[in-house]
Design a protein around this ligand. Structure first.
Ligand code: NIG
Ligand code: FE
Length: 394
């Protein structure tokens, strides 16, 4: 089994408090050893065991690969004009999704897969070593089926976003659309997905419709996650908690009762500040959520409508500047938090037994991710022990 030793790490984020300081389990002058696809040793650089390959990090920071738990990457076209109009004052509404539905339905499988490959590659170069991927721009049985199949070529974390917005042929008939989703779409698509998602929002699906779709998904073995409370206060957060969803995502407009419900649950609040940035939406009350004890993840929410970015470093900077998270909290949320949102214990940490997914920064500590916004600091990325991105030598 090939082994790799990363030595002379300036700051190592392990996300294991037993291995170092604070919730990030920080160690200085550290080393990590991978064997094949797995982390087998973490300790002081001076004590690192020999390995087939040695990588001297020269004081750079190393952290677990980012876990992107919210991405919409199966689509065609873009909505740059809609973005420009929004920046000129037009508000964002759920209906913009139909523009991308039309483009996606018209695209070939090859074109969709090529776009997905491009965005996966972009995500890896931004440090994401796990990427969840949603369907949702087909909204017919055939188009959702090909969307989840294509997503499955790239990731095991496939989400059937069966009810994103009622498509044009169901205009004014959302209940009929939901009935079709339950009778036909979920049974056909569930074998190709792990998660079921729904957009519970004004102009998309109401509580009862969302409940019906998620319950049907659960009956077919899928685990729920919810787009909730993005644009308005509404029932999304409480529905997610009630159904034991893995996460409720966006959480920008919440009441104290929503925060209490989340705090007493296992549902992760996944914050997507890139979407709030690109829609001039309010940012989620991250401080109130964290201080209440809610588990928070950060996602980039890459999609052509509200957040056309794959960059979790950008979202970490936003989380610190705009959501008042500490840099440590933001880094945790983009790594361990994302892993919790995906109910994974093998990723989001650098501890013996974890998958060897790691990032080396062109900087001495993880603080620089927020401190140097917009600077491409992702120097090198390993996924399952293999180098999947190598930046310029410095
Ligand atoms: O996460 N909110 C729903 N879905 C996406 C936006 C989709 C779109 O506008 O195309 C989101 O923001
Ligand atoms: Fe989304």
């Amino acid at each position: 089994m090939p082994s790799t030793a990363l030595t002379a790490i300036g700051t190592l984020v392990t996300n294991d408090p037993a291995l170092g300081d604070g919730p990030l389990g920080l160690r200085r002058d550290a080393a990590v050893v991978f064997e094949d696809e797995t982390v087998v040793w973490v300790g002081d650089s001076a004590a690192a065991p020999a390995a087939d390959t040695g990588v001297d990090l020269g004081g750079r920071a190393v952290l677990p690969g980012f876990v992107e738990s919210h991405a919409h990457l199966v689509f065609a076209g873009d909505r740059a004009e809609e973005f420009a109009a929004r920046m000129a004052g037009r508000p964002y509404a759920a209906g913009g999704i139909r523009t991308t539905i039309a483009a996606t339905r018209a695209a070939s499988d090859d074109a969709l897969a090529a776009n997905l490959a491009r965005l996966f590659d972009e995500s890896v170069r931004a440090g994401s070593t796990t990427v969840e991927c949603k369907s949702g721009y087909g909204q017919t049985v055939a188009d959702e089926l090909r969307s989840v199949r294509i997503a499955g070529r790239f990731t095991g974390e496939v989400t059937l976003l069966a009810a994103h917005v009622p498509p044009p042929e169901y205009a004014g008939r959302a209940d009929d659309y939901v009935a079709m989703v339950i009778a036909e779409m979920i049974p056909r698509c569930a074998p190709h997905a792990r998660w079921i998602d729904v957009f519970c929002e004004q102009g998309a699906f109401d509580r009862d419709q969302a409940h019906a779709v998620l319950s049907a998904g659960i009956e077919h073995g899928l685990v729920p996650r919810v787009h909730g409370n993005q644009l308005h206060q509404g029932p999304g957060v409480r529905l997610a908690v009630e159904l034991g969803a893995a996460s409720v995502d966006h959480v920008a407009h919440v009441s104290p009762a929503d925060i209490d419900a989340l705090a007493g649950s296992d549902t992760v609040a996944t914050l997507l500040p890139g979407a709030d940035f690109c829609t001039r939406n309010s940012y989620p009350p991250a401080r109130a959520l964290i201080d209440a004890g809610v588990t928070v993840a950060l996602g980039a929410d890459c999609n052509p409508g509200t957040s056309y970015t794959t960059s979790l470093p950008f979202c970490i900077a936003l989380a610190v500047r705009e959501l008042h998270m500490t840099p440590d909290e933001a880094v945790w949320a983009a790594t361990a938090g994302g892993a919790k949102a995906l109910r994974r214990t093998d990723i989001g940490r650098l501890t013996p037994g974890a998958r060897a997914d790691a990032i080396a920064l062109g900087a001495p500590s993880h603080l620089h991710l927020a401190y140097r916004p917009g600077v491409p600091l992702i120097d090198r990325v390993w996924r399952a022990g293999a180098v999947v991105h190598a930046g310029l030598p410095r």
